[in-house]
Design a protein. Structure first.
Length: 258
């Protein structure tokens, strides 16, 4: 499959792990209303993207005039739990890196969660490759160095992203990388391995497909390799119309350079 096909619509896999949220920090962030095109102090401008359980809108903070991106999550969606969202918020609130999109605010109603992020004025790496094909080696080195810097920072702070793919990497107006979407991220420790199978099949590590437990960083490192391949070749390394055969190719690491 080249990048002109939808890479993230087939074989996305996710599940929930049990986590505990202690204290009342998140309870202080509730709001009681969403009126027309306003969400609290934010005026919605347009929808940037949507999925089955969430959408992202561009909005303006009426107090500062700053443009932001608000991730709106349906609390009733099948694949959403309060604990999972609280974990995403906690991780994003702790992370501070120039190549990771910043979380600015968080609040919720009985129906929705609202995660307010800095607005990245640019486009997905997916669109960059879709429009231009393989990226020149000089740009690839620049982007990949920044991606590695961000992921290394996460791992050193015991965070694994678990959904690294070209759709979750933004290129801003200054041609710099920003990692987004920590919805499947988690904390990790060597003594207590993870078991959740999550992310996009095309970027998933073999151990995920084999049902093996894992520490965390290794699945991100595999995904980084796929991202690098896509940037250089303009297509995913593992592809097949049959999901079963695709999984087999990933498990056996069968690919060719184009």
């Amino acid at each position: 499959m080249d990048v002109s096909s939808e890479a993230n619509g087939i074989g996305d896999i996710s599940a929930e792990e049990n986590i505990e949220v202690e204290g009342d920090f998140f309870l202080k962030k509730s709001v009681d209303y969403v009126e027309d095109q306003w969400i609290g102090k934010y005026r919605m401008e347009k929808t940037l993207g949507k999925g089955s359980s969430a959408k992202v809108v561009e909005a303006v903070d009426k107090e500062t005039g700053e443009t932001v991106a608000i991730k709106i999550i349906d609390r009733k969606a099948k694949n959403i739990s309060d604990k999972r969202v609280f974990r995403e918020v906690l991780i994003c609130s702790l992370v501070s890196h120039p190549h990771v999109a910043r979380l600015l605010d968080f609040f919720f109603t009985g129906k929705y969660f609202f995660l307010v992020f800095e607005h990245v004025s640019g486009e997905q790496l997916y669109n960059t490759v879709l429009q231009n094909g393989p990226i020149g080696e000089e740009r690839v080195r620049r982007y990949f160095r920044q991606i590695l810097s961000a992921v290394d920072y996460l791992h050193k702070n015991a965070v694994v992203h678990r959904d690294l793919k070209i759709e979750n990497i933004m290129i801003d107006k200054d041609d710099n990388v920003k990692l987004i979407d920590f919805g499947l991220s988690n904390f990790y420790e060597k003594e207590d391995q993870l078991s959740t199978f999550c992310g996009s099949l095309y970027f998933a590590a073999p151990e995920l497909l084999q049902g093996n437990r894992y520490v965390g960083p290794e699945v991100d490192v595999w995904s980084l390799g796929v991202v690098l391949y896509v940037m250089l070749c303009g297509r995913v390394p593992f592809d097949d119309e049959s999901i079963h055969k695709l999984q087999g190719k990933i498990k056996e690491c069968k690919f060719t350079f184009h």
